[in-house]
Each structure stands twice: as C-alpha cells, then as structure tokens.
Design a protein around this ligand. Structure first.
Ligand SMILES: [Zn+2]
Length: 434
C-alpha cells in the first residue's frame, strides 16, 4: 500500500514537473512559408518563418532575419501559400447528404442505427480536417441526440482525427416546426430537433442542452417555405419572440450564444427581435432586417452552396421554390456585404454530401462580389471572433494555436485553390504525420 502511494506521488510530482517544464523544453517546429495569408491582415506577406513551440505559435517573422532554433524540425512550404486552419461555422457531421431518391432525410432517422451514424460522423470530421478545416461549429445532430458531444470528446482525447468542434447538440423547434412529418397523424414520429412549445418548455430545452454540454444553442425560427401569391418566398415562422427570448436569455446566462435558422419574413424578424446572435441561411433579407443586424451586431452565416443542390423539377411547386430560394439568396448576400454585415463562412455540409469539397462555398461567395481575402477572413479571424476564440484560432500570429494549412496556388487570384489543401497542422500536429 505504501509503495502504491509512493507511486501515485511520483506520478503526481512528474505531472507537476511536466506542467512547470520551461517552454524551451517543448518541441519546436519551424514552417517556412513562401506566402503567408495570416487570416487577419489585409495583405499577404512573402518569405515568412513561423516558429511553433508545442501546440502554439511563438513567432512569425521575415525569413531573412529569423533565428531558427538549432533543434527545430523544419517544414518547408516555401513554394506554397500558408494560411490559418479554416473554420466552417455551419456543418452537420451527423448528416450524410441524404439523397432524396434514396428516401432522403427520413431514412437517416428511421433506418440508420446510431452506431452507423456515429461511424459516418467519424468520417465526416476526418474529411473536414483533411480539407484544411481545423474548426467546425456543428449546428445540430439531426436526430442523433447528443452524439456530437461524444465525437468531440473522441477528437479531444486523440482517439479519432478531427477539427476542434463547437457543438449545438439537438437544436430546438416547435410543434409543426421540424421533420419527420407527413406521416399518419395517429403515429408519433421521432423528430430531428427537440420540440418545445411555450416559454417554459423552450427555456427547459435550452437548459437540458446546455447541461449536457452544448457550446451553442441552435433554434429553428422558420421551417417550411413555398412560393407565395405574388411570387415571393414565404417561410413559415416557428417560435414567438416571447418563446425565443427565454432561450436566448438562458443561453446568454451560461455565456453561450444562439444560432437561428431563419430564411426571411416573420420568422427572421422574430429571430432578430428575440436577440439571436447569428442568422443562419438568411435567404431573404429585407432592408429592415439588414439594418437591425447592423444595429445588433448580428452574425450572418449565409450557407450559399446547399441551395444549388437537389432542385425538384422546374414544373413542380417544390422545384419552383428551390429555384426561388437561390434567386433571392444572391441579392440578400450582396446587400448584406455592401452594408457591412459580419458575414461568416458556413456550408451546411452534411446537407451537402461530405464527399464534395467544403471549400466550394468560397467560390460562391466570391462570385457574388466578396473579395477572396474577405472570404478567407470569413472562414478564419472573423469566425474566430464569433466563436469567442479571437487570437486563438483563425490567425497565424504569436499566441495562437498552431492550426496551419497550405495550398500550392494563390487563393487571392483563384479562390478555388482552397479546394486542394496539401498540408494540415492542427494544434501543432501535422495531419497524416508527414
Ligand atoms: Zn444546417
């Protein structure tokens, strides 16, 4: 017994000694960057040297005057463009780009065992990391409960490779406000989100999710959408302002933020009146909404790409709605960009198959008038501010976590270059171990 105690003591002392170990004892890696886009500065810099100690960036400076520690491992990216690890602020690792022809969304919930869904999520996070996305804000598991908490833990424990995850767990919507639907009314169907009605239930749902580890709360403020009498996009609202306010109040009390899915109209305005921190999709932003977003400093995560997928036939109500969604999204994005709304990169991956390129969203943003540098910042330093991680992620600068990627082309000339990421480091570790 005595020797066991001594053993524990030795381990404890060892742990303390390791923690107090001087910074100089941690392994040093040096990256030579041909071009550095640091995520924050508006101009790239040539021939930079990034010194990484352990999992943090220690210094960034000109190669000509840089002092490279003699014991450093040197990674030569002098022919490449180096950037901070990218951040996708709207994903669903528990969706699989469900093909409508194969039963779509419903099959995932009705037929897939949770173990299958967890296996897919494991692949999804790996796919994100290998494409240079070192952080995801995953905005609900779509019926997979608190599965995102487990995947996050598996990544943090080093069991599986994946990005830093900010998770929203189950999401919250109202009766009539989420799938599964369209079944016989006699059946009680499982739902892809937690259903709550009234301020008491809404607050309780937020409390449950926060209690189980939600980093963000996701709320659906609109649900179905269709083409209105005058050819406009109409979206069915869900929560009242009174209901939403209880969720926002609860989340803010815990120091957390609320992401609101809102397309336009009544639901969008309720989302803003209720104090949502970010508007997701925002397909149909009117001038009043944009003015309110500026006033309240609301984030806008437009997720342009998914609205170009899976259009129904042009001569059907669904197909017409699908085309109208994309058609109103473009001017909304352009107006928000011009007005100076804080736009953050998000894709809705999972709604899109994880086999498709995540970085395709950059091309959409740039095609609608955003500069490549602005688009990159929307997926780096600006997203980091939204995630309360300013200076820690989304930037190559002293003190930040060593989340660093490289591409061979010049993304400022052709943003598509971000679709072929060749080097990924997360938290000081090179993905793939090269
Ligand atoms: Zn989504």
């Amino acid at each position: 017994m005595k020797s066991l105690c001594l053993l524990f003591l030795a381990i404890a002392v060892g742990a303390v000694a390791q923690e107090q170990h001087p910074a100089s004892a941690r392994p040093v890696t040096v990256i030579r960057a041909g071009t550095l886009i640091d995520g924050k500065s508006d101009q790239p810099r040539r021939d930079q040297v990034i010194v990484i100690r352990g999992n943090r960036i220690e210094s960034v400076g000109n190669a000509a005057s840089a002092k490279i520690p003699s014991d450093a491992k040197v990674i030569d990216l002098s022919k490449q463009t180096v950037l901070p690890g990218l951040i996708d602020s709207h994903t669903h690792i528990f969706l699989w780009g469900e093909d409508p022809d194969k039963g779509g969304y419903d099959v995932n919930i009705l037929m897939a065992p949770l173990s299958l869904r967890a296996a897919r999520a494991t692949v999804a996070v790996r796919r994100a990391l290998e494409q240079g996305f070192t952080t995801l804000r995953d905005v609900e598991t779509e019926g997979a409960g608190y599965g995102d908490i487990g995947i996050k833990q598996a990544i943090e424990d080093g069991i599986i490779p994946g990005p830093r995850l900010f998770v929203a767990t189950r999401a919250i919507s109202t009766t009539g406000g989420y799938m599964l639907e369209g079944y016989a009314p006699e059946l009680t169907m499982p739902k892809g989100a937690q259903i709550a009605d009234g301020p008491v239930e809404a607050r309780k749902a937020a409390r449950e999710q926060l209690d189980h580890g939600a980093d963000w709360i996701k709320v659906y403020m609109t649900h179905r959408s269709w083409v209105g009498k005058n050819g406009e996009l109409v979206s069915q609202p869900t929560f009242t302002v009174e209901e939403l306010k209880t969720i926002v109040d609860e989340a803010h009390g815990w120091g957390k933020k609320v992401a609101c899915h809102a397309y336009g109209g009544i639901g969008l305005h309720r989302a803003l009146d209720g104090g949502c921190d970010s508007i997701e999709h925002g397909l149909d932003l009117d001038d009043a909404a944009i003015a309110q977003m500026l006033k309240q400093s609301t984030w806008y995560v437009p997720t342009l790409s998914p609205y170009y997928y899976d259009w129904g036939p042009a001569d059907t109500p669904g197909g017409q709605r699908d085309r109208l969604r994309a058609a109103v999204h473009e001017p909304s994005f352009k107006k928000a960009l011009k007005a100076g709304v804080k736009i953050v990169f998000g894709t809705d991956m999972g709604g899109i198959p994880w086999t498709d390129p995540i970085a395709q969203e950059f091309s959409r943003m740039v095609s609608f008038g955003m500069s490549p540098m602005d688009a990159i910042q929307s997926a780096t330093s600006r997203a980091a501010v939204m995630l309360d991680m300013e200076g820690k992620i989304g930037v190559v600068a002293p003190g930040a976590f060593a989340d660093i990627i490289a591409v061979s082309g010049d993304p400022l000339r052709d943003v598509k270059a971000l679709q072929s990421v060749q080097f990924v480091m997360k938290d000081g570790q090179v993905f793939g171990g090269k």
